[in-house]
Design a protein around this ligand. Structure first.
Ligand SMILES: Nc1ncnc2c1ncn2[C@@H]1O[C@H](COP(=O)(O)OP(=O)(O)OP(=O)(O)O)[C@@H](O)[C@H]1O
Length: 442
């Protein structure tokens, strides 16, 4: 992906106006792209992060304001927009300002003042304002706004949410903010992945000769996290006997290595994460109540991706851009059909599933657009057609179509809107086909 953070996007069809603006931009040393139609600009805006957009309102193929509103509605991460307008269209420009545009200038305008504004925007564009951003949905913005306060005031935080929602991402962001540019350790431990026998040594460390095979002394994760953050993932999987020891270490901020005598003071921020309902586990006797209250001081609940639709396309574009950065190629585009399918999918695997789907689709899609069929696991044709018998071609095609739609319906729990989006057809069209093929929803 081109480094366009410090680049301007000009949308102007008037050759004289466009040329004079570009001349001035060149004089000022502003990197810029000039697009003469909305269609051209739309593709560029989907692919690149510009620092600012300067756009005419009246353009040959579409109203520039409509393009702005449509991209905004699609959740595209938008640079500040400045509209150029004639005297007759000031009302429209004011309405666009209310809808989120940065500014407007009326022809003939003061070019120096415009250049002054753009200089500020270009310098801000270099700061990478998207870094550390968790999402654009109200739920994630709420979490984002809480993090600085938690970083300065909370020493224990519990993050809950389904698998793949981004609990570790949030934990790392909290750590980054708390570290404020200092280098400090972030130690992540998956409590579900360590066998019960090894857990004590893993958490508290061991002295030399503490057990067979302990040829060297080794600090545990509490000591490693000293001065930084200890992230205990899947805390609900911690065996009960270890929970007692964990509680003591958290409360006293001291540990004793296995096979050792001395206590070692440790200072760390503790972030625990779980996809399980710890309160329910307490009621069932599977999780200690005292430990639960100790770690549940601040509970950040991350909603599943299906409950924060605003984030889906925003995240998808981030993953597209990341893929393009890692592999030297132009980022692929999301077509309206693909966008619709992404929005309708229920994402049981949350952000992890979305990330994997986009990565797979980037690799498998041919051309510069993501292809719908590469996004989701659809059965390979051989598997789909297995066992289909038919009297002739028409009969055979009908059987294939029926089987394909039937499987898509099953995969989407019979939900018409989702299935239609997944198949890339309208709901009405899906209903008609189901009727014709004698298929029911469930
Ligand atoms: N806001 C986000 N921005 C970018 N990537 C994200 C975001 N949230 C999650 N991801 C990505 O999704 C994947 C899953 O995220 P993460 O490991 O943080 O989830 P989790 O809730 O901790 O999952 P688990 O419960 O299975 O451990 C990771 O690859 C992560 O990079």
């Amino acid at each position: 992906m081109r480094a366009t953070r410090s680049r301007l996007c000009l949308i102007e069809d008037d050759e004289i106006m466009g040329e004079s603006l570009c001349e001035r931009f060149e004089l000022e040393g502003f990197a810029h792209d000039w697009h003469r139609s909305c269609a051209e600009a739309e593709i560029a805006l989907e692919r690149h992060h510009y620092a600012a957009v300067v756009s005419d309102i009246r353009l040959p193929d579409r109203d520039g304001g409509d393009l702005f509103l449509a991209l905004k509605q699609r959740g595209l991460s938008m640079p500040p927009w400045i509209f150029i307008t004639g005297h007759g269209a000031v009302d429209r420009a004011v309405a666009l300002l209310k809808a989120g545009a940065a500014d407007y200038v009326t022809k003939p305008f003061d070019l120096d003042a415009l250049v002054g504004r753009l200089t500020v925007m270009l310098s801000q564009g270099d700061e990478g304002e998207e870094e550390g951003r968790l999402g654009v949905s109200p739920a994630m913005e709420h979490v984002q706004n809480l993090l600085p306060r938690l970083a300065s005031q909370a020493s224990t935080v519990l993050i809950s949410g389904e698998s793949g929602v981004g609990k570790e991402v949030v934990a790392r962001e909290l750590h980054r903010i708390a570290s404020a540019g200092r280098k400090s350790p972030f130690i992540a431990v998956n409590c579900g992945a360590i066998s019960e026998g090894l857990m004590e040594a893993e958490l508290f460390g061991h002295e030399r000769g503490a057990y067979t095979g302990a040829v060297k002394e080794r600090p545990g994760v509490f000591e490693q996290a000293h001065g930084g953050t200890l992230f205990l993932d899947e805390i609900g999987d911690m065996p009960l006997p270890m929970q007692v020891k964990l509680l003591r270490a958290i409360q006293e901020r001291k540990v004793t290595r296995v096979g050792g005598e001395r206590t070692i003071g440790v200072d760390f921020r503790l972030i625990c994460a779980t996809h399980r309902d710890l309160r329910e586990m307490v009621e069932e006797g599977a999780f200690r109540e005292d430990l639960f209250y100790r770690i549940n001081v601040i509970n950040l609940r991350l909603p599943p991706l299906r409950e924060r639709g605003e984030d889906v396309l925003w995240l998808a574009r981030r993953f597209l851009a990341a893929h393009a950065r890692a592999h030297p190629e132009e980022p692929k585009r999301l077509t309206p059909t693909v966008e619709q399918a992404l929005l309708m999918h229920s994402w049981p695997g949350n952000v992890r599933e979305l990330k994997n789907a986009i990565e797979r689709a980037c690799i498998l899609s041919v051309g510069d657009e993501l292809q719908l069929e590469t996004l989701f696991d659809v059965p390979p044709p051989g598997e789909l057609l297995e066992g289909i018998t038919a009297a002739g071609l028409a009969d055979y095609l009908r059987a294939c179509e029926r089987e394909y739609i039937k499987q898509a319906l099953e995969a989407n729990e019979g939900q018409i809107a989702r299935t239609a989006a997944r198949l890339g057809i309208s709901r009405k069209n899906l209903w008609e086909r189901m009727k014709r093929l004698d298929l029911s929803q469930g």
